[in-house]
Design a protein around this ligand. Structure first.
Ligand SMILES: Cc1cc2nc3c(=O)[nH]c(=O)nc-3n(C[C@H](O)[C@H](O)[C@H](O)COP(=O)(O)OP(=O)(O)OC[C@H]3O[C@@H](n4cnc5c(N)ncnc54)[C@H](O)[C@@H]3O)c2cc1C
Length: 384
């Protein structure tokens, strides 16, 4: 017999679980969210904070744009501030091949209604005089944004709780089984919980839950190394990214520069560690100095990464289980989950309550891995 009852249980208190709990509770569902640690302490709390729209996988644009509208409305929706800044994203190309790639990204973005400015070396020098002089072309999307990941997930969870969601931290889900037309969860404290629908938003730990229901995906953990420098006078407004992935950086209004760069680093979800080898700091600083020479001698004051789930086609799993009615998966966000998180939560709530979502999610089906997995070009480039 179970000692608690919910319409929906959510495994994982990251950004995806938090948004899903919020949208479900807002529509009157009895929701219990279970988090083995504390809310927003894994990928969702340590990420770069980029809400980039340029350069997305084409099939992800409807979801990304729906998400961005929710980020833009964050304060009204959630009732708190998450340092959402809409200062745009600048992509830089350093040769003709990269320029062609930028143009390809821009055309896809524009086909979904995003406004992209194309810039040459003279425009770059005029608008951002601190840039080095070797970029041959750039694109700028003013709607791209950033937010503070440390603030966002706990704020969303508080808003979900105000709507009636029950949030249980330090509560690991140890077992899950189908019982009747619902599920029974075994919790680390020995309690059980019964629910009608179940959301698997357990991040880099999600595969274990999927496998209990006979489903699989070639998911693996990794983490993009992140660095933050000492503070400088504030002058870099947009996020800036070299399209070869060697560096992405932004300056927060407090003055520090946050930077990251591929390739990603190994991460261990069992030991709960994602250490950053020192060579990565040197490589990131060299890449930063090429793009913004004035930062060549700045000091890195902290280095970190996080444990993120990746798939070889570099797109997540989002949607209903193909073996088990009432089970919904949302994992393997491949470094994009912060931006698409609100849309994923909204879509999951619609699928659970209404039986369907207006946002096309077919490319994200877990069933795509019944055939051999496609390996994307991004995947080949972005991992050691
Ligand atoms: C360093 C870094 C930089 C990134 N930068 C960006 C960026 O700039 N822009 C962007 O869009 N994305 C970025 N990402 C990706 C983004 O952070 C993730 O895609 C997103 O946070 C995933 O959210 P999640 O809720 O799926 O996972 P998580 O935040 O990992 O949450 C999953 C939660 O499930 C819990 N859990 C697991 N198993 C159980 C269990 N059995 N019982 C109870 N709880 C369980 C975990 O403790 C965890 O808290 C970055 C990721 C990293 C690591």
């Amino acid at each position: 017999m179970s000692d608690r009852t919910s319409d929906v249980a959510i495994i994982g208190g990251g950004l995806i679980g938090a948004w899903t709990a919020f949208f479900l509770a807002r529509r009157g569902q009895r929701v219990t969210l279970l988090e083995k640690g504390v809310v927003g302490a894994q990928s969702s709390g340590v990420n770069f904070g980029n809400l980039r729209l340029q350069g997305r996988f084409p099939g992800q644009y409807p979801l990304s744009l729906r998400s961005q509208a929710l980020w833009e409305d964050f304060d009204a929706l959630i009732g708190e501030d998450c340092e959402f800044e809409q200062a745009g994203h600048l992509y830089l190309a350093y040769d003709a091949e990269e320029h062609a790639k930028l143009e390809g990204y821009a055309e896809v973005s524009e086909s979904y209604g995003l406004r992209i400015e194309r810039l040459g070396p003279a425009d770059l020098k005029r608008r951002w005089p601190w840039l080095g002089e070797c970029a041959v072309a750039a694109t700028f999307s003013a709607r791209d944004a950033t937010a503070n990941p440390r603030l966002a997930t706990p704020a969303i969870m508080r808003a979900a709780a105000r709507q009636g969601a029950i949030v249980r931290e330090n509560t690991c889900v140890r077992g899950v089984e189908r019982r009747g037309d619902g599920f029974v969860l075994s919790l680390a404290d020995g309690a059980t919980l019964s629910c009608g629908a179940l959301v698997n938003s357990a991040g880099a730990w999600a595969l274990e839950i999927a496998e209990r229901f006979g489903e699989s995906a070639p998911v693996f953990p990794a983490g993009p190394p992140q660095f933050v420098t000492e503070p400088f006078p504030y002058m870099i407004e947009p996020s800036v990214q070299a399209i070869d992935g060697s560096v992405i950086f932004r300056q927060i209004p407090r003055g520090n520069i946050i930077l990251a760069g591929y390739p990603r680093t190994a991460a261990d979800p069992v030991a709960n560690r994602a250490p950053v080898p020192p060579a990565k700091t040197l490589a990131a600083m060299r890449a930063l100095a090429r793009v913004a020479p004035m930062l060549a001698h700045c000091h890195v004051i902290r280095v970190w990464s996080g444990i993120e789930a990746y798939l070889p086609d570099m797109i997540p799993v989002i949607g209903p289980s193909e073996t088990t009615p009432g089970l919904f998966h949302a994992f393997g966000f491949c470094g994009h989950g912060f931006q698409i998180g609100p849309g994923v939560g909204l879509c999951l709530s619609e699928m659970i309550i209404d039986g369907a979502t207006p946002t096309p999610l077919d490319p994200f089906s877990i069933g795509r891995f019944r055939q051999s997995a496609t390996v994307s070009e991004k995947f080949r480039k972005e991992f050691d």
